[in-house]
Design a protein around this ligand. Structure first.
Ligand SMILES: [Ca+2]
Ligand SMILES: [Ca+2]
Length: 478
């Protein structure tokens, strides 16, 4: 009797020591897939701005592994999202810029959501996952697609007086409840609480902190204008940038200075990030109160970074650190440790295979990115990957643990050493002693690049009659 009791006790003790092994890592766990639009490294964890406060993202990061040297595959909404969701890089699809229609390629490709659906997942999506994809709600792609939740309240425009379309910021005469991303969060929480026989793939695509930075006044009040610090900046920074790089900087910065809007722009971005962060918190609370608490894989990413005046540049559309670096955090019960930081250089072509592996699905043949699961299990595991980012055909940046090497289509180059120069002030590309580094990183750039998709901005530009590539004049953007 005593023996039996001790055996039973031993079993109970073993179960208590490993309470989640079987329930926490089911064969096909539910997946909460969170996309953010235009969030750079201005989060508490990545430290891109000293005043950025993202306590709810911190809460999420405390549950799993956060990648601190993670980068988009392309620094613009459309090519970044098309690459991430299809598993194919811009130079494999011809989707290089926002003006290159993704429709035909996505229709023919086993995208991430389509793959999950084909393998028996209930794929539910809302908000912004792809970029202006008219056929996003296709029945063979999503079990259910609800689209964008519009923001209500009084319509406003040109608060900052710069007259540059949605390159604008200021308090919105509306409540938090009026905001589209608040409604998106409510909807997502509802979906997390719906029972189903099938595993769930829930894609929640936040549209903030994308421009315009209109959020209710309470968020602006969190960042008093007289306390706002400008991003780190050096006056002569652009002097050593070659012509192909300078071409990317556009006219925004001059307009911001002319309109005395730099501090206010920074305030608007911080306020909008703070609003977004609150919604992440509500979504996490909703998950924790749902039957899916503690056993759901959570993947959160943003489509690219953002400049706020560094290198006299605003927005994305460039190959520097501010434009390519962004947040990636993954929680996988039974796989990830808590509150782990991984500094290995990774890019978002790894998201597709990683989510497949965590969900117990095969990785389709066309998906060539390396799975991050070894790094999720051990953030210090050996890793020979680099982050590759493409901005228009034949323009690339390669980031490893230490360096960023940029090479443009015309042969112009930049090289930065992050060990001594995290803001990329000093372009070292001309140093013959560093040739070997450029050669090594250059080998990671593609040898072949497909032509742009027909009928798009990149094709027109290649034929010499289009607008300048990805460059913004304050008129059109997404
Ligand atoms: Ca974006
Ligand atoms: Ca410089």
């Amino acid at each position: 009797m005593i023996l039996r009791l001790s055996v039973a006790l031993a079993i109970v003790t073993a179960m208590a020591a490993f309470p989640q092994t079987s329930s926490a890592a089911p064969e096909h766990p539910d997946v909460l897939f969170i996309a953010i639009d235009d969030l750079n490294d201005w989060t508490s964890a990545l430290g891109g701005h000293p005043q950025a406060r993202t306590p709810n993202l911190d809460r999420l990061m405390a549950r799993g592994v956060t990648f601190t040297n993670s980068h988009c595959a392309a620094p613009a909404c459309n090519p970044s999202r098309a690459a991430l969701m299809s598993g194919l890089r811009p130079f494999e699809t011809g989707i290089y810029t926002n003006g290159d229609p993704a429709e035909s390629v996505m229709r023919e490709t086993l995208t991430l959501n389509r793959h999950f659906m084909a393998e028996g997942y209930r794929t539910i999506g809302g908000g912004k996952i792809y970029h202006n994809l008219a056929a996003e709600g296709r029945k063979d792609s999503w079990t259910e697609w609800v689209g964008i939740f519009p923001t209500g309240g009084k319509k406003i425009e040109n608060i900052n007086g710069l007259n540059r379309s949605h390159f604008d910021w200021g308090p919105l005469e509306a409540t938090t409840e009026d905001m589209g991303d608040t409604k998106l969060t409510d909807w997502a929480i509802g979906e997390l609480n719906k029972a189903s026989d099938q595993p769930l793939f829930l894609a929640v695509g936040y549209v903030k902190p994308h421009l315009p930075w209109y959020v209710p006044r309470e968020y602006f009040d969190r960042f008093p204008i007289d306390k706002i610090e400008l991003p780190a900046f050096r006056d002569d920074d652009i002097d050593d940038i070659p012509p192909a790089g300078l071409k990317l900087t556009g006219t925004d910065h001059a307009a911001v200075l002319e309109g005395d809007q730099w501090q206010k722009g920074v305030q608007g971005y911080l306020a909008t990030i703070s609003y977004l962060d609150d919604q992440i918190g509500r979504l996490l609370d909703g998950l924790d109160k749902s039957p899916r608490a503690g056993k759901t894989v959570i993947v959160l990413w943003s489509d690219h970074g953002w400049h706020l005046g560094e290198k006299e540049h605003w927005r994305k559309f460039a190959l520097w650190e501010e434009a390519t670096r962004t947040v990636l955090t993954i929680t996988a019960p039974g796989v990830t440790q808590e509150a782990a930081m991984c500094s290995a250089p990774v890019d978002f072509m790894s998201i597709y295979p990683t989510v497949c592996e965590l969900a117990g699905l095969a990785v389709p043949d066309h998906v060539k990115g390396a799975s991050l699961v070894p790094l999720l299990r051990n953030p210090r595991a050996d890793w020979d990957g680099v982050a590759l980012c493409t901005h228009g055909r034949q323009n690339h940046a390669v980031r490893d643990a230490r360096y960023r090497y940029i090479r443009y289509a015309n042969g112009d180059e930049e090289l930065y050493d992050h060990d001594s120069d995290p803001m990329e002030y000093d372009n070292l590309a001309g140093y013959t002693s560093l040739e070997e580094i450029k050669t090594r990183l250059g080998k990671r750039m593609p040898k072949q690049e497909v032509n742009p998709v027909p009928g798009g901005e990149s094709e027109k530009k290649a034929k010499g009659k289009g607008k300048s590539n990805g460059k913004n004049k304050g008129k059109k953007e997404a």
